[in-house]
Design a protein around this ligand. Structure first.
Ligand SMILES: NC(=O)c1ccc[n+]([C@@H]2O[C@H](COP(=O)([O-])OP(=O)(O)OC[C@H]3O[C@@H](n4cnc5c(N)ncnc54)[C@H](OP(=O)(O)O)[C@@H]3O)[C@@H](O)[C@H]2O)c1
Length: 220
């Protein structure tokens, strides 16, 4: 066992749940801290569940003294209700986590962003993810890995019409997503999680952006 420690934020989500499974059951990590706002339905000898107030993350600074940090946080405008509330969850919390982890000398930061992230985009979601990436890139780590998946596939507790409709299209007419359109192919949350787990073991230095096609190759 290599004996690394990890912290994960967003471990109750589609990608995060799968990633937590990899972190707990792989041989690379001896301790996994999951910061959550509600209890996890998960018990594992390596798991340390930490219920936190995400608006006061600096109160839990000792939890950020780990090797690798995985951030899979995010919400939808439907749930958040306002762009301000969404920005807080999708940008402010990940940036706060990265700053605290960097201050505690964490080595690697792995972030789920999104395809089309662009700080200059006129589309709110793409602009928000672009701004998030800009901020994260400024925070020092040995390794910063930013994952830009296309539409996510997988079983959710809630119903998301857009994802279900797109999943049906991908299944029924897969040839539409060939050649130059391959990059728009939807991707399983589990594949993203697997790519994040594997990328953390590569020890690449500096910032690496992983587009959806590459996530598929690494995690598939
Ligand atoms: N959906 C897509 O097709 C798509 C495509 C590309 C990129 N992405 C991005 O990929 C990332 C992960 O997506 P996902 O579908 O795996 O996410 P998800 O299933 O919606 O899970 C989001 C996670 O964030 C946590 N979270 C949400 N609001 C929170 C709050 N106020 N305080 C603390 N934690 C909060 C959730 O915790 P709770 O369980 O406590 O709510 C959950 O663990 C997101 O950033 C998303 O924008 C999504």
């Amino acid at each position: 066992m290599a004996g690394k420690t990890a912290l994960i934020a967003g471990s109750t989500g589609l990608i995060g749940k799968e990633l937590l499974h990899f972190l707990l059951n792989g041989s690379e990590y001896e301790k996994v801290i999951a910061i959550v706002r509600r209890p996890l339905e998960n018990a594992h000898p390596k798991l340390e569940e930490k219920i936190v107030d995400f608006d006061r993350l600096d109160q839990y600074i000792e939890s950020f003294a780990v090797d690798d940090v995985f951030c899979c946080l995010g919400t939808t405008i439907k749930k958040a209700k306002t762009q301000e509330a969404m920005w807080k969850i999708d940008v402010d919390y990940p940036v706060a986590i990265a700053r605290l982890a960097s201050s505690q000398e964490a080595k690697r930061f792995l972030l789920v962003s999104s395809m089309n992230a662009d700080p200059n985009s006129p589309i709110f979601y793409s602009k928000m993810k672009g701004k998030l990436e800009e901020e994260i890139k400024q925070i020092p780590f040995e390794t910063t890995a930013i994952f830009r998946p296309s539409l996510l596939l997988g079983e959710r507790e809630e119903f998301r019409f857009g994802e279900k409709a797109a999943a049906a299209i991908f299944t029924k007419v897969p040839f539409l997503f060939a050649g130059p359109f391959k990059k728009y192919r939807a991707i399983e949350g589990k594949t993203v999680a697997s790519a994040m787990y594997r990328a953390a073991q590569l020890n690449r230095s500096g910032v690496t952006i992983y587009p959806s096609e590459q996530i598929q190759e690494i995690g598939g």
